[in-house]
Design a protein around this ligand. Sequence first.
Ligand SMILES: [Mg+2]
Length: 249
Amino acid sequence: MPIRAVLFDVGDTLWHADGAPPPVEFRRRAAERAAAFLAANAVHAPDPGALARACWDAMEHAMRSARAGDLVEPDYPAAAQDAAARLGVHLSREAAAAFLDAIYVSGAEGGKLAYPDARPTLETLRQRGFRLAIVTNRAFGGERFRADLRDAGLDIGWDAIAVSVEVGYLKPHPRLFFAALEALQIHPAEAVMVGNSLAEDIAGAQRLGMRAAWKRSRPDADGVIPDFTFDRVGELLNWSLLAEAARVH
Ligand SMILES: [Mg+2]
């Protein structure tokens, strides 16, 4: 089957955070925002920074467990709510969700920068007639993620965006890939996946019959053989499957 679409991972594939502030600075900003959020919502907490840290750690712990387990996207607000309760702070589930959103330092502020050849490569692929989609594991979706894409200059009018927290499953679960494939109305064999994780991007896509290109990173799985390996995003344009214009039909 001819290739008609390219699905992309985002983190360390299209953008990176090499210039991100150090963790201590993230924590300082999160604590500041936590204090502002709690004051605005008339919630008393003796140490807003400790509350922010506990809620964030609970969210990350839930994500790590899911990634090592059933790949069902966890209920992050509920995890944060429990963590707050352990510190004696009562938050409704809605308030816990808003609190996580408030303390999340993202986008350009979080040091996210697109690789310099990412956007030109996406534009060339589009000129060649390929449809372009995102398949990403992230705990924050919605407008927040779209705004981060805009800030990074990666708002190219994606044909489909599948975010784990919106779909309910984490890569390499097939459901997240199928969310993008179904939105594009194509068969897995008509798409390729591009990502930096052997375990999540490459193996996940290959299991569904997609071919997959690996942006070389520290290997996170044994025995996974990518169909193409590259270091700079622009090298994708030389992959035989993408080197010629997509056959439109
Ligand atoms: Mg990645």
